[in-house]
Design a protein around this ligand. Structure first.
Ligand SMILES: [Fe+2]
Length: 214
């Protein structure tokens, strides 16, 4: 930053603009335990006839878990969180819905490559089982033009990094813009990492929001 004490400066500011926001919510212990237990029961049923995951392998469930009764409490939390986020953003459209919800199970050595969740407004992940060495998610700079020239830095800071690693634990609920690319490094833990992802979209998108603004 330009030094305020420089003789030629009256005042100097850095103006942050177009921030990328990721909400990190930690559920209360009792609710977390109840929600996670129901999810684990549902996943047990879904995986009953499947072979156990080998090293480096991952599994994803069907995409409509939000329609299952066992996921009802999680969907309520997701809806409450999304409502608060839309209020925070002063978005004047309150009809939204979970459009997809699926579980991801990663065995030791399994990773999840960089991706985003197209055709939705908000996305998120709820963490059912994390472990040391299997408790982070990486978010990548959505300003892709900034990658064209990336000079070496003396120190990684929030202002010069192209990736932010967020640590999560059992019961963490992350919510972020669906366009924001993210990835998961290969897990280093013997036990399975289990999470449930979801997408949220405005219910009346074609009816109301997609009309031309010009
Ligand atoms: Fe994802």
């Amino acid at each position: 930053m330009v030094k305020q004490s420089d003789p030629w400066i009256e005042t100097s500011d850095v103006i942050p603009m177009f921030p990328t926001l990721v909400w990190k919510i930690q559920l209360r212990e009792k609710l977390r335990d109840a929600i996670s237990a129901k999810i684990l029961t549902a996943l047990e049923k879904l995986r009953r006839d499947l072979p156990a995951l080998g090293p480096g392998q991952g599994w994803q469930s069907e995409r409509a878990l939000h329609q299952r009764e066992e996921l009802g409490d999680l969907v309520s939390c997701v809806n409450n969180g999304a409502r608060s986020i839309l209020r925070f953003w002063r978005i004047g459209c309150d009809a939204f819905e979970v459009t997809g919800c699926w579980a991801t199970v990663l065995a030791k050595g399994a990773a999840h490559k960089t991706h985003s969740h197209p055709n939705n407004f908000l996305s998120g992940v709820y963490y059912v089982r994390t472990h040391a060495g299997a408790d982070t998610i990486n978010f990548h700079d959505p300003r892709n033009q900034t990658g064209i020239i990336r000079p070496p830095v003396l120190e990684l800071t929030a202002e010069n990094t192209d990736q932010v690693v967020v640590r999560v634990t059992n019961g963490t609920l992350l919510v972020f813009p669906s366009y924001l690319e993210h990835s998961v490094d290969a897990t280093l833990c013997e036990e399975e990492r289990i999470s449930v992802s979801f997408n949220i979209m405005f219910s009346s998108f074609t009816e109301n929001l997609s009309k031309p603004l010009w």
